[in-house]
Write a protein that binds this ligand. Structure first.
Ligand SMILES: NC(=O)c1ccc[n+]([C@@H]2O[C@H](COP(=O)([O-])OP(=O)(O)OC[C@H]3O[C@@H](n4cnc5c(N)ncnc54)[C@H](OP(=O)(O)O)[C@@H]3O)[C@@H](O)[C@H]2O)c1
Length: 254
């Protein structure tokens, strides 16, 4: 680490290799922060971040050994300005086995449990463990923020992504507990987006249906998340809140 990097405020973003995490990492670097990102796959985005001065650490948050390695790699920073828990996997629930088949019950339970556990591990367990392990460095900062990226479905549920929605709801609940525990030293908030960005594989019919779900009916893109992050970083008073970023989707009533 260069002495110039040492002087900057440090922001950690999990899952910085693509899409929202990559965009926010690039923008926060440009704003003068020392940015640290986690990644699993080495992508062009990670290569570019590295070239721009980001500290990129490989870690799969379903693995306790990788979480330990991530925390150890962050030990070079005496103080952390913020950690943004963005890493995510939008796994669908598995189809229910038709009643008529002689499905092996244990196999089905194991497969369902694997989805459920992965969702909890990535979205709730990893933030819980990282927040606790990094507490001394967050506390050492003059002002510090923990920001959880959750999802609109955390408050309304989801028919096809039940395990995912439950894990994001767990993360919202951790936001409440942690904000109570850590005030006034550290602010803890969540950002709960509805649609931000489509995936490349989304077809026209899916896009039309998804856009129609919100009042604003747009694909807002990652800058909406960046603006929300900056708003929370700049606030001295907001904590324990779930910031809805959903285009008024909750009011798109029949
Ligand atoms: N995109 C949307 O429209 C939308 C809507 C609602 C909420 N959100 C939330 O907003 C955030 C950003 O969304 P996004 O679409 O940009 O996310 P994304 O592209 O689906 O995933 C972000 C990153 O998470 C990392 N990741 C996945 N599994 C991981 C694991 N086991 N361990 C460590 N890292 C892992 C991935 O790393 P690798 O690429 O290296 O594997 C990926 O770069 C997420 O928290 C998401 O739930 C997004």
């Amino acid at each position: 680490m260069t002495s110039k990097q040492q002087q900057k405020e440090v922001i950690v973003i999990t899952g910085g290799g693509q899409r929202v995490g990559l965009y926010c990492a690039n923008q926060l670097l440009q704003q003068g922060y020392q940015v640290v990102v986690s990644y699993r796959k080495h992508s062009p985005g990670i290569a570019a971040l590295y070239e721009t001065g980001a500290h990129c650490i490989k870690a799969d948050f379903t693995s306790l050994a990788d979480i330990a390695g991530f925390v150890e790699a962050l030990a070079v920073y005496p103080a952390l300005r913020a950690i943004i828990h963005n890493a995510s996997s939008w796994q669908a629930d598995l189809p229910l086995a038709p009643v008529a088949t002689t499905v092996n019950l244990l196999t089905q339970l194991e497969q369902d449990a694997a989805v459920f556990d992965a969702m909890q591990h990535i979205h709730a367990r990893a933030p819980y463990l990282l927040n606790r392990a990094l507490l001394p460095q967050l506390t050492a900062s003059n002002t510090a923020d923990i920001i959880h990226l959750t999802d609109f479905v955390a408050s309304v549920g989801s028919s096809k992504h039940q395990a995912y929605a439950a894990s994001k709801a767990a993360l919202e609940n951790l936001t409440l507990s942690l904000s109570r525990k850590l005030a006034p030293t550290i602010k803890v908030n969540a950002i709960a987006p509805a649609l931000l960005m489509f995936n490349e594989s989304d077809d026209a019919a899916y896009r039309e249906k998804a856009l129609a779900k919100s009042l604003m009916a747009i694909e807002p893109g990652p800058d909406e998340v960046l603006q929300s992050i900056l708003y929370l970083l700049n606030s001295r008073y907001i904590t324990g809140r779930i910031l809805a970023l959903d285009g008024g989707r909750h009011l798109n009533l029949p």
